[in-house]
Design a protein around this ligand. Sequence first.
Ligand SMILES: NC(=O)c1ccc[n+]([C@@H]2O[C@H](COP(=O)([O-])OP(=O)(O)OC[C@H]3O[C@@H](n4cnc5c(N)ncnc54)[C@H](OP(=O)(O)O)[C@@H]3O)[C@@H](O)[C@H]2O)c1
Length: 276
Amino acid sequence: MISIPTHSLNDGTTLPALGLGTWPMDDAQAEQAVRGALELGYRLVDTATNYRNETGVGRGVAGSGVPREEIVVTTKLPGRHHGYEETLASFEESRARLGLDYVDLYLIHWPLPRVDKYVDSWKAMIKLREDGLVRSIGVSNFTAEHLERLEKETGILPCVNQIELHPFFPQEELRAFHTGKGILTESWSPLAPGTSLLEDPVVTGIADALGATPGQVVLRWHVQLGAVPIPKSADPRRQRANLEVFGFELDTAQMTAIADRAQRRRGGDPEVHEEF
Ligand SMILES: NC(=O)c1ccc[n+]([C@@H]2O[C@H](COP(=O)([O-])OP(=O)(O)OC[C@H]3O[C@@H](n4cnc5c(N)ncnc54)[C@H](OP(=O)(O)O)[C@@H]3O)[C@@H](O)[C@H]2O)c1
C-alpha cells in the first residue's frame, strides 16, 4: 500500500498531500471508488452536498475496513443553505447522509458575494468545530478579499481554501496570499479535464524523460507547489497511478516549464459564480 505524506494545518490537524475527488460520481460509483481508493492507500476523500453522493461516500468509508481515524472526509455547504441556522441544519443532513459521528473537513463551497451570508455560515462552522462535530473548517473558491473579511469579522481563518488550480490556471497571487496567512491550498480540477493539458508537448516530454505518465507529472507539479490535488478517478488503475507521485521529483526548470502556460480558468469566477 502506498503511504502519503501529510501537511500540518493551522488548527493543529493534518491533511494528506493528495486526495480523491468524487464529482460527478453517483452514490453507487462513489461507494465503489472510495472503498477501492482507501484500500490503495488514499486517506483524503472530497465530496459535497451538491454532488449528491455523500451516502455513497459514507458507505465506501464504512466498507473499506480502514480505521475511521485514519480517513479525512471532506464535504461542503451548498449555496442554498448559507446563513447561521441554515448551515447548522445543512451540516446535520450531510453528517446523516455520510453516516459519520464527525466530519473531518467542512468547507463553504462558494462564497456567493451577492447573497452576502458567508460570514454567518462561517460563524456556524466555528460553532460546529467547537462542538466537536467537525475537526477542521475551511472554504472553497474564496478570494483574498473574502478570506480577509472572515479574519476581520471572526478572528478565525480557514485552514484550507480549495480552488481551481492547474498549470493552465496557476493562481500565483492567491497561493502566495494563502502562504502568508497559513492557509493550505487544495487544487480542484488538478488535471484540467476537458483541456489539452495531458497531451501538451511540454507535459508529455517531461513524462517521457522521467518514465512517468502525463497525469503523474501534473499531480507532482501540484505536490511540489505545496498544494493538495484531489484528482477524481473511478478507474482503479488511474487511481493507483495518481497516487504514485511521491517517488520522483521535477527540477526547477521542469516546474517552471509546466506552469508557463496561457491563463485559462475552466470553472466559475468566485466574484459572480452562483451555485445553490
Ligand atoms: N470546490 C469546487 O468548486 C470544485 C469544483 C470542481 C471539482 N471539485 C472537486 O475536485 C475534484 C477533481 O476535479 P475534477 O473532477 O473537475 O478534475 P480532475 O480530477 O482534474 O479530472 C478528472 C477527470 O480526469 C480523468 N482522469 C483522472 N486521472 C487521470 C489520469 N491520470 N490520466 C488521465 N485522465 C485522468 C478522470 O476520468 P476517470 O474517472 O475515468 O479516471 C476524469 O474524467 C472533483 O472530483 C471534486 O471532488 C471541486
